[in-house]
Design a protein around this ligand. Sequence first.
Ligand code: PMV
Length: 312
Amino acid sequence: LRTGRGKAHAKVILFGEHAVVHGEPAVALPLAELPVRVTAEAVPGPLTIASTPYTGVLHEVPELLDAPRAVVLATLDHVGLPHEGIRIMVEGDVPPARGLGSSAAVAGALVRALADLAGRDLTEAEYLDLVAVGERVAHGSPSGLDAAATAAAEPVWFEAGVARRLATRMSGVLVVADSGVKGRTRHAVASVRTFLERRPMRGAALMTGLGALAQGGALDLTGDRPEALGEKMTQAQGMLRELGVSSPELDRLVDAALAAGALGAKLTGGGQGGCIIALAADDAAADRIDLALREAGAIGTWRHRIGPEEDR
Ligand code: PMV
């Protein structure tokens, strides 16, 4: 039995969501603790996919899986495999539509597994192009940030379509909290576009401001300045709220985290639902913030340690 395997993981955007779509830089952190694994086996029969929302023949998947299907077909064509005789299994705990990059993580693991099945080593550019096929189906005009961050082992600096590794010197704990409301990346990206059309001056200032926070935040990460980093996160939240991509649920979680002693907090990803991230100085602070977030309505929380150990 020939088998191909592929893996990717969730990510959070620390700075630059939305602004990155308009040419500003962004900083993202990989969440290796939330992996997606794909196995692709050569077996006689139709092309099938087994995943949490759907198991069956790939050509019959519901709309929900249009993006992964597009990635599978594009990858099979690219590596020269037929559209039959393959069983694909997707496993992972990345919640969908929460701004954690589940669509890019699933796409990335699919691309890797099918390339592995074909015995092909893809270049980074080939990989990113194939992941982008799914991201375009999922939300129109992806920046490529999710595709890079869900494949990266270290924090990512993303600018002008190119991802670079950021060597973290800072120690801290990021608490990720799920508002329980589906994020609406496509809708939120459109809201920002409308804001920029209606209020071009203010819109441009907010884009530049978010870009500057990404620049400064990257320096805080590499220079071990958690307090300064936290302040910039909270400032970014104010700008994202003004752009219309926060929500009452996200605002409530951000306020609860700050009241519980977070160094900073903001929404992460597309927004209008999905998750927030809060920066804690240490594990004890993270425990208090975690509790406050659950009391304020978070339906799930995760921890991510930011630290020089990521600096491989
Ligand atoms: O919600 P997510 O995880 O898909 O993140 C979207 C990030 C945006 O900047 C809003 C869009 C993009 O393509 O970068």
